[in-house]
Design a protein around this ligand. Structure first.
Ligand SMILES: Nc1ncnc2c1ncn2[C@@H]1O[C@H](COP(=O)(O)OP(=O)(O)OP(=O)(O)O)[C@@H](O)[C@H]1O
Ligand SMILES: [Mg+2]
Length: 255
């Protein structure tokens, strides 16, 4: 297992490089109260790759993901989606980019209670007045996620795992270049969490989806093509096709 940080500088002009950070630093607060949440991070995320981001609590995982996706702004360095430097975008352009090119899955599912599962899934497309719902893709997606027979139900009528799968379908329906997931299994029990990971893995394998997933769970990381480790805001390790034991060893070393 390779356990050294990646030193390759991602090339934003490379078509397979769907997202990247170059020399990315984010500091919150000023003076004595300043916290450097991510510190000179350089990393690329490649098309069709499922990456786990791991590290102790407070190590900067969420900040890395928020800055990469344009939800938050870097203090210095660059965050690219494709070859676009997100810091050059205005609020309007950023929100169009987020809606059309990025998907988000959070620990709490953020579904709209009054809407059915289907309406929740198609919401990003319905909000974008130009695009139409691709019914055959919706079919494929809900079949892969095993929620086809729950589409008429509201979130309150679904199990936790089903709700999270609706949130996954909603993130995937605009065919985003990349999905960012912050502890998507954090609120699920281990069986439901295993199912969701199987579906995410299938989405990567069957649909070529790129996923970046923050997780504390070594089992979750073992579903990924690659795991990167963050400590004190810096990248401190990386491995491909990690086993649960490899991940547990590394986590013990970091904490
Ligand atoms: N809005 C903010 N204002 C001030 N400090 C912040 C802010 N957001 C994060 N931080 C600080 O930045 C550091 C990294 O936080 P971050 O949320 O990225 O960690 P994390 O690795 O996602 O942790 P966890 O596993 O607990 O979710 C922490 O020290 C945190 O207190
Ligand atoms: Mg976090």
């Amino acid at each position: 297992m390779k356990n050294t940080p990646t030193t390759t500088i991602p090339d934003p002009a490379d078509d397979d490089n769907v997202a990247s950070l170059v020399g990315a630093t984010k500091t919150f607060g000023e003076g004595d109260a300043a916290v450097t949440a991510i510190d000179d991070v350089t990393i690329g995320f490649r098309r069709g790759e499922f990456t786990a981001v791991m590290g102790p609590s407070g190590s900067g995982k969420s900040t890395l993901m928020y800055c990469q996706s344009g939800l938050d702004k870097l203090s210095s360095g660059k965050a690219y989606i494709g070859d676009v430097d997100v810091s050059t975008l205005g609020d309007q352009e950023l929100s169009v980019m987020r809606r059309s090119q990025l998907g988000f899955i959070f620990q709490s599912f953020h579904l709209v209670p009054a809407l059915t599962a289907r309406e929740n899934i198609t919401l990003p497309v319905d909000l974008d007045r130009v695009a139409q719902v691709d019914e055959s893709f919706l079919n494929e997606l809900t079949e892969v996620l095993a929620i086809q027979n729950r589409l008429g139900n509201r979130p309150s009528e679904l199990s936790g795992g089903q709700r999270q799968r609706v949130a996954v379908a909603r993130a995937m329906i605009p065919r985003p270049d990349v999905i960012f997931a912050d502890e998507p299994t954090g609120a699920l029990d281990s069986r439901t969490s295993g199912e969701l990971l199987k579906y995410l893995r299938q989405a990567v394998d069957a649909l070529g989806q790129t996923i970046v997933m923050v997780t504390h769970d070594a089992v979750a990381a073992s579903y990924c093509d690659r795991v990167v480790y963050v400590q004190d805001g810096q990248l401190v390790g990386e491995a491909r096709h990690p086993s649960v034991d490899d991940v547990l060893d590394k986590i013990r070393e970091l904490s």
